[in-house]
Design a protein around this ligand. Sequence first.
Ligand code: HEC
Length: 208
Amino acid sequence: MLNRFMIFVACLALGFGACSKPQEQTKSEIAQPKRTLDTAYYLERGDDLVSSAKQTISTALVGAMEKGGVKYAATFCNVAAYPIVDSLSTAHRATIRRVSDKPRNPKDAMDEEESKVFSFFKEKLKQPNAELMPIVMQTNDSTVSYYSPIKISMPTCLKCHGEVGKDVKTEDYAILKTLYPDDKAIGYKQGDLRGMFSIRFSRAHEAH
Ligand code: HEC
């Protein structure tokens, strides 16, 4: 009796609404557990993943540009290129993508929810001194999404995403166009909103 009471109290203390009264759950409660969204938990994990991914990409990208210019560095601006990002997302039971309204890789186009969040970020950025913060929301019963804006943060970005003939050398753009015939990711300026990280967490194992 004492043990069951202690488990019950521990569950409450940890905020596991769904695991209170473990022995007495009915079938319908098991099928549709009522869980509140722990925003802080997902924000922390999203921030963690994004900062690792950003750091990994920009360090490798800048290094590759110095080594061999756009031609050599073109494959470095891609989250999928880094095993470290991959293993981190597996550890967090998440998938990580970068999406844009003007994608270079057609795979980075946005779905409906991503487009809505991106429009929100874009509107927000029009306000003076706007600071864009990551957003966490529930996409469906089993998925929580985390969105974090990506800006053109350094002059290096413009060498492949700026104005062709000015920031992007014409001969470099010819190479990018061969790799990405449907490219839309040019014409940006420093500070522009380029896209966002889109992370989807699975709630299936939510027992933190
Ligand atoms: C050497 C050229 C190069 C540089 C420099 C570069 N990018 Fe890219 N960028 C690319 C390529 C190529 C892709 C497509 C990658 C892929 O296939 O997923 C891309 C894709 C992206 C995407 C994903 C959306 C899309 O358009 O497909 C974002 C976001 C992005 N870049 C942001 C940046 C930012 C921010 C910087 C500066 C820190 C930067 N890029 C610097 C070449 C570059």
